[in-house]
Design a protein around this ligand. Structure first.
Ligand code: CP
Ligand code: NVA
Length: 299
């Protein structure tokens, strides 16, 4: 049987993603059951992280331990990769000794290199291009709060980055409308929008994008690795802040999401992220539950 990987949200069929949402609900409600804690008995997960992380690392380590397995964390300086051993050789070795590889890295090509040299599933724990695990939690959180995301209106305010690209994938996979408001030069690639089957559109004016929405989402102005561009980006993104005034253009019961880490006063004000419409803490916790369902599916 061909090994299944999860490198983008479109690696799974739409039905499989919907099943994952159902399975997540079950896993979240049955965390203490005995079958739950034996799913990964005797198994090891390699966490190969070439970028910093709090939520992703912790949720995968805790998920593995709650499922009865062992997680092995490899930081950038910890393996022979840092001394020039090739990524393909590293992948071959990890895949001979572990049952699952979870990788956070720069380019999507690095993930593809690991996947093509691995006999065990590889999960994208975030690259410069995509963050599919984040979207599993975000979609689950919306469904948990509102019942369904089909035909909902979602506004993305800010950088057309890795998280935004995974939102575009999610729009076509889950059938909702995504409006993206980014500063000039920071919109996602139009080729990606073409693949979204009309479900994702660019709307220049941020108030127009948010008007009548069921969910407003944003992310940092400076993703990991963009620290040198801070001055230029700060200028480009000023005005792309989710404030209470902007939220008032959305539906009165609209939710607010942010993958975190957040920078209050930049992309979102403290009164929004810490206010009643924000679901960021459930969103973060749901990383744990959705990734357990994902691990079960891939193994
Ligand atoms: N949202 C998210 O992926 O957070 P970390 O960078 O802390 O893992
Ligand atoms: N876009 C952010 C997401 C962090 C979870 C980054 O790439 O740093």
């Amino acid at each position: 049987m061909k090994t299944k990987h999860f490198l983008t949200l479109i690696d799974l069929k739409s039905e499989e993603l919907h099943d994952l949402m159902e399975r997540t609900r079950f896993m979240k409600n049955n965390m203490r059951s005995e079958s739950h804690s034996k799913l990964m008995s005797g198994m090891t997960v390699a966490l190969l992280f070439e970028k910093t992380s709090t939520r992703t690392r912790v949720s995968f380590e805790v998920a593995t331990s709650q499922l009865g397995g062992h997680a092995l964390f490899l930081a950038p300086g910890d393996s022979q990769l840092s001394r020039g051993e090739s990524l393909s050789d590293t992948a071959r070795i990890l895949s001979r000794m572990t049952d699952l590889i979870v990788m956070r890295t720069s380019t999507q090509e690095r993930l593809l290199t690991v996947a093509s040299n691995s006999q065990v599933p590889v999960i994208n724990a975030m690259s410069d291009d995509f963050h599919p695990c984040q979207l599993l939690a975000d979609i689950f959180t919306f469904i948990e709060k509102r019942g369904s995301i089909r035909d909902a209106n979602v506004a993305w305010v800010g950088d057309g980055n890795n998280v935004c690209r995974s939102w575009i994938h999610a729009a076509s996979q889950f059938g909702f409308n995504l409006r993206i408001a980014s500063p000039k030069g920071y919109s996602p690639d139009t080729k990606m929008l073409d693949l979204a089957l009309g479900k994702a559109t660019i709307i220049e004016d941020i108030t127009t994008a948010v008007t009548g929405c069921d969910l407003v989402v944003t992310d940092t102005w400076f993703s990991i690795g963009q620290e040198d561009d801070k001055i230029k980006r700060k200028e480009a993104f000023s005005g792309y802040c989710v404030t209470n005034e902007l939220m008032s253009a959305a539906n009165s019961d609209a939710l607010f999401m942010h993958c975190l880490p957040a920078y209050r006063g930049n992309e979102v004000t403290a009164d929004v992220i810490d206010g009643p419409q924000s679901v960021v803490w459930d969103e973060a916790e749901n990383r744990l539950h959705t990734q357990k369902a994902l691990i079960e599916f891939l193994l």
